[in-house]
Design a protein around this ligand. Sequence first.
Ligand code: ZN
Length: 252
Amino acid sequence: MFAIISDIHSNLEALQRVFDDIERRGIETVYCLGDIVGYGPQPAECLELIRQRAKISLCGNHDHAVFYEPLNFNVSAERAAFWTRSAVDEEQDPERRNRLWKFLGSLAPRVEIDGMLLVHGSPRKPINEYLFPDDVYANPSKLQSNFERMEQMTCFCGHTHVPGVFVDDPYFEPPEELGPSCRYTIGGEKVIINVGSIGQPRDRDPRASYVVVEGDEVEFVRVEYNIEVTAKLIRDNPYLDDFLAARLYSGK
Ligand code: ZN
């Protein structure tokens, strides 16, 4: 049994409540699909917690932007990326500062483990490509070529902050279509499973999203957290746009 988390976006309050939930379930193995930082107010704390608790951590586009440079970011995301860089640089303890930079620079773009592919974005463009639910209708060839690129039967991703399961028809099943247990059973077909976002969900449910995997069963989990704690830190930070606080309440 293991948990897969993604898109924390420096939201420590949400991340801690998710780790509480993971601990309560007795789960020891956690994989993180990236975007540990960006948008939110507590990057160093989130990096340190993920460094300690996640067995594997991937590189998301926001982690990449902070360590290298922001590419195709909007103004508020770019400002947040530069502020994140300075926040890690301002860590007082030089050992901790170096440890965080080293960790950020060591994140892998894609990992294969136990026959599963783990990426932040998509199988063919692991850091930056978005697979949106609407692509099923608007851009089915994008999904098809990603399924073709997969040598594995199962891929887990994040990036869009919208949880659910892509099958290669193509079709997208959101967790609410999976019945009251919110479980999907992996069968004989290829699937790309988006685990949703811990720190900035965008499916109109503001609770933190992650998945628990046990055998072939994938459970979509939501965890409530105190949004006001994170929102206030964002509003109090002149480098982070107030919109980034407001969107946490609406989950979009
Ligand atoms: Zn993200």
